[in-house]
Design a protein around this ligand. Structure first.
Ligand code: ATP
Length: 247
């Protein structure tokens, strides 16, 4: 174990919150929301990093700022101040169009509500992120089938999302998030609507895919039972962070 990454090295407010070989480093992120002309601080100077090909969990009480941080790191929202270095690039400086392009090339999302398109088949849902890539229809189909088989749904590809279980829908969402081979998989409460066994299976699946494809995985969850011993934990309380290396 590298002692540079013990929890003591990650004191609150430290700017040296470095994971080994990080793909993302964020420094002093603040985000204020405007409510009735009053600025409400959701994040107050949080710093940390996301290691390559590892799992990082964001935990913390309701309203502490977890989704706000996830949205900023996923380039879905902008920080009021602070920097996000993603693969060596300061992505806080990107235009909206460049941020959307960066997102489609490097980030896959899994949400608690699955966000599948109900009128498309399971296979068409997984193919969807590949439509704006330079790939033939046959290559798209082959790649989608590869990921659907990897998540154990090779025999359900012609069903609609309404014709499969919640756990199966979440597996489709994982295949869809990974099919474009992103650098970072972001999952916001991916197990919130699932029973505890299915939840553990879903996290195990994400971690297997992470090992096989060297993807970094960032998971926001209330459920600390899901956290694996080798992962990094970023704990947010009242908009401030503490990052710990679990092992
Ligand atoms: N669009 C918004 N406008 C105003 N305030 C917001 C907005 N989104 C979030 N907030 C506030 O910012 C704070 C952090 O919210 P956030 O959703 O990031 O917390 P969270 O830790 O993800 O909560 P939960 O676990 O309940 O989902 C909360 O006080 C919330 O009320």
């Amino acid at each position: 174990m590298n002692t540079a990454y013990t929890p003591q090295a990650f004191e609150e407010g430290s700017t040296a919150l470095l994971a080994p070989d990080p793909v993302v480093r964020f420094e002093n992120i603040s985000r204020n929301y405007k409510m009735d002309h009053v600025e409400v601080p959701a994040l107050q100077g949080v710093s940390g990093s996301i290691a390559r090909a590892r799992s990082t969990f964001i935990t913390g009480p309701s309203g502490s700022g977890k989704s706000t941080l996830l949205n900023i790191l996923g380039l879905l929202d902008r920080a009021t101040s602070g920097t996000v270095d993603f693969l060596g690039e300061d992505v806080t400086q990107l235009s909206d169009r460049a941020a959307a392009d960066f997102r489609s090339r490097h980030i896959g999302f899994v949400f608690q509500s699955f966000n599948l398109i109900p009128v498309l088949s399971v296979r068409e849902n997984v193919e969807f992120p590949l439509l704006n890539q330079k790939m033939s229809a046959a290559a798209r189909r082959e790649r989608s089938m590869e990921y659907l088989e990897a998540v154990g749904l090779g025999d359900m590809v012609d069903r609609r999302p309404g014709e499969i279980s919640g756990g199966q829908r979440q597996r489709v969402a994982i295949a869809r998030a990974l099919v474009s081979r992103p650098t970072l998989l972001i999952a916001d409460e991916p197990t919130a609507n699932l029973d505890s066994k299915t939840s553990r299976d879903i996290v195990a699946l994400m971690e297997r895919m992470q090992r096989e494809h060297a993807t970094s995985v960032l998971i926001c969850t209330h459920d600390t039972d899901l956290i694996s011993p080798t992962s990094t934990v970023i704990n947010i309380i009242d908009g401030k962070t503490r990052q710990e290396q679990a092992q």
